[in-house]
Design a protein around this ligand. Structure first.
Ligand code: CA
Length: 232
């Protein structure tokens, strides 16, 4: 069996970090593309269509957020992990709305980053289209076309938001612990904090709930996690 190498694009303007990442990723069996500024990163992403992008937030030219948004607006669906510095005060919710799938804060452990990369790439392969259509409230989620409509209007979902919502829909009425949701949606190797999950839930609520502050579909189960109700 010949496995085609998966390609990762690293967009990072700090040369030492870029070179360290390139070396470690190559050593782990990935093909690596690199760019050191925003515009170059965006062009490389569009041209080389990598399987995953590691994207620095603060870049010369255009920022990581803008690159994310431009790619998603252009229909590019590859997973994006944002690399952020602590002093950037990375706004997770904003990042996820722009279409990022995950983020790590510098300085990060390379082992942790590699584990997240594996988990994200694996989940892309694992979660195949099921063709199910879920209806709840004023929404319809088509898991084959991956389209969410609310009141007949198409609502943009990031890849991770789609997977999270599809998981909730498939487990209607069950109280799901945070760990359970994260293991299922992000993969068992996920090292992230539960705050990321809460940010994704907040973003989903703003898209499907009539009153996001008083949700009827994605309910918080205190001390446990969440419960999805189709018709709350
Ligand atoms: Ca930077």
């Amino acid at each position: 069996m010949t496995d085609k190498k998966q390609k990762i694009l690293v967009v990072e303007d700090e040369e030492a970090i870029l070179m360290g990442l390139e070396e470690n990723l190559k050593f782990s069996g990935y093909e690596v593309e690199t760019a050191m500024d925003g515009r170059g990163g965006l062009e490389k992403a569009q041209k080389t269509k990598p399987d995953l992008i590691l994207l620095d937030l603060m870049l010369p030219g255009i920022s990581g957020f803008e690159i994310c948004r431009e790619l998603r607006d252009g229909g590019y669906q590859m997973p994006i992990i944002m690399l952020t510095a602590r002093q950037d005060e990375f706004d997770k919710l904003h990042g996820f709305e722009m279409g990022a799938d995950d983020y790590v804060t510098k300085p990060f452990s390379i082992d942790e980053l590699l584990a997240r990369i594996r988990a994200i790439l694996l989940r892309g392969n694992r979660r195949e289209m099921t063709g199910k259509v879920y209806e709840f409230g004023t929404c319809t989620l088509d898991t084959e076309s991956r389209i969410l409509k609310n009141d007949g209007k198409e609502i943009k979902l990031t890849r991770t938001e789609f997977e999270l919502l599809a998981y909730f829909c498939g487990n209607e009425g069950k109280a799901l612990s945070r760990n359970q949701v994260m293991n299922e949606v992000w993969g068992t190797e996920y090292y992230g904090t539960q705050r990321s999950l809460d940010s994704f839930v907040a973003s989903l609520r703003s898209k499907i709930e009539e009153k996001p502050a008083k949700p009827k579909h994605i309910l918080t189960v205190h001390g446990v996690g969440y419960k999805f109700l189709g018709d709350g």
